[in-house]
Design a protein around this ligand. Structure first.
Ligand SMILES: Nc1ncnc2c1ncn2[C@@H]1O[C@H](COP(=O)(O)OP(=O)(O)O)[C@@H](O)[C@H]1O
Ligand SMILES: [Mg+2]
Length: 226
């Protein structure tokens, strides 16, 4: 039932990658997942084309979701699926506002530099607008992406401390920079279907995607329990 959107008006922040990884992990765990591709560039629609018959049966991609259709599609898919994920475009559009207002959790994927964090503040402003419109709290959290898996850069540690001081929620886990994560967009398929030739890298990529997804589930539980 819960709906989670991945929002950041900055292109290249890691929205589509993160949406797809979370969708794959949840599907692998046996949950029914519907991903709405609300980006006119249709990155997840293209991924679905490349995946073809390898698509997990409990993972569905709904294409061409626009401001005209998003609320209807959401209503229908929320009633049919354990999770609905929304991959948004990299601008502040009406569809983005609708998605934020309808979400149980807004994840803000963001690379760990000051410039990117400044952009994330724009999304937080949209969330606050959504709260005023809907007269309810809309939980959100920044999720750092493309983080070096070997070391946590000093910049990032500093940024995390500043955000914590400002009371802005962040994920403790991060989506690490991994070739496997861009390869799935080129080849289609899931991280669980990747060639065993690159076994150790695939395994680490799976562990990372699962850790991020687990933290996301924990955040949803916190939200549900007030
Ligand atoms: N964690 C990651 N590891 C490797 N490549 C990544 C990662 N996150 C994003 N990328 C790459 O960066 C580019 C932008 O990522 P994408 O998820 O499409 O961002 P957005 O949807 O926010 O525009 C893509 O080429 C993608 O393959
Ligand atoms: Mg995208």
């Amino acid at each position: 039932m819960p709906t989670i959107c991945f929002a950041n008006s900055k292109g290249g922040a890691g929205k589509s990658t993160t949406t797809l990884l979370v969708g794959q992990v949840l599907a692998e765990a046996g949950r029914t997942v519907c991903v709405l591709d609300a980006d006119p560039n249709q990155p997840l629609g293209s991924w679905a084309d490349r995946t073809g018959d390898d698509m997990p049966e409990n993972l569905a991609i709904v294409r061409d979701v626009t401001e005209k259709t998003i609320l209807d599609v959401l209503e229908e898919e929320e009633s049919k699926n354990d999770f609905v994920l929304i991959d948004l475009e990299g601008t502040a559009s009406i569809a983005v506002s609708y998605a934020i207002s309808a979400s149980d959790l807004v994840v803000i994927p963001c690379q760990g530099t000051q410039l990117d964090v400044d952009q994330a503040a724009r999304v937080i402003a949209l969330v606050k607008n959504g709260e005023r419109q809907t007269r309810r709290k809309i939980p959100f959290s920044i999720l750092f992406t493309r983080v070096n898996p070997a070391i946590r850069p000093r910049d990032l540690t500093h940024i995390e401390r500043e955000l914590a001081a400002a009371g802005i929620p962040t994920f403790k886990s991060a989506v690490t920079q991994r070739a496997v994560y861009s390869t799935i967009f080129q080849t289609g398929g899931t991280i669980y279907q990747m060639s065993k030739a690159d076994a150790s890298n695939v395994e680490r990529a799976i562990e990372n995607a699962e850790a991020v997804t687990q933290e996301l589930i924990n955040k949803l539980k916190e939200v549900a329990h007030g």
